[in-house]
Design a protein around this ligand. Sequence first.
Ligand code: ATP
Length: 314
Amino acid sequence: MPSAAVLTLDGVHKSFGPVQALAGISLSASPGSILALLGPNGAGKSTTIALAVGLLRPDAGTVRAFGADPVAQAAATSPRTGVMLQDGGLPMGSRPMEVLRHLSRLYPRTRDIDEFAERLGITAFAGRTVRRLSGGERQRVALAAALVGEPELVFLDEPTAGMDPQARLAVWEVVEELRARGTAIVLTTHTIDDAERLADDVVIVDHGTVIARGTPGALVGAEIHGEPVRRLRLELAQRPEPVLQEALEALAARHGHELRISGATVTLTGKVSTTAVHELTGAVIQHGSEVTALALEQRTLEDVFLDLTGRSLR
Ligand SMILES: Nc1ncnc2c1ncn2[C@@H]1O[C@H](COP(=O)(O)OP(=O)(O)OP(=O)(O)O)[C@@H](O)[C@H]1O
């Protein structure tokens, strides 16, 4: 049974002058669950977080955290909420541990800061001021700062941006552990890896509206009638001639696959069977061309976005 939502946005609109950042967003986040907001630059992800933590007021619609209005009842919602914003908001002249110690005095319950700093690799650069930290290092301090007070609801805006693979792994571990402790987590990303690795639910946002939502598995259409949906990518020696294109289209139609031809790359999505692979490569050879590379892959959330919008996420 999913627990009751601790955050709900219902029909939220927000404009900045002539720019409509959010055009009716509805979503919810539950304890012990990770919700990923996935979308390209400018989709409205950061604005959604700013509204959810009470930094902005909606023009229309309602925002509730723990049943309260995060602007009007900030005293009730803030102590239970942790937020890591994109620009970090860290004091430039302070050292990381000073920031964390200061924050820990503001909350009734706090984490073991030294242990946490060690885990996130902050100890290695603890002697430097925030000003002298790299983007990825600042991100780690901002993450620790968001979590010091053991919040029940956490917002992470692009938590792994600018991080090396090792730091990213450490962040993933921390986020998974938070979920296990029952925290409700909302993260934004345009990194498919983050969403696929972490999210229980994904909300795909574009131009301030939700264009798709569901579990990562359901969104990529993991199965059709019990068979996995896969993507077959063929690289041909050259762009297919019209007669070969027609043959490929006919085969795709017969197997119920979606076909895309871009230059010399042929992509098929659907219930791609061995027979289909055999027939397609056969058609290529029959028409005097050649397959230079072949890959059978799972669809990704990037493909879902591309299918929905005709654009790539980045
Ligand atoms: N304070 C502001 N003033 C004017 N326009 C703003 C402001 N904040 C956001 N916007 C605009 O609102 C839209 C949504 O921005 P938002 O930062 O929410 O997108 P995002 O999905 O978080 O993008 P990114 O992935 O680049 O962080 C954009 O067009 C942005 O330029």
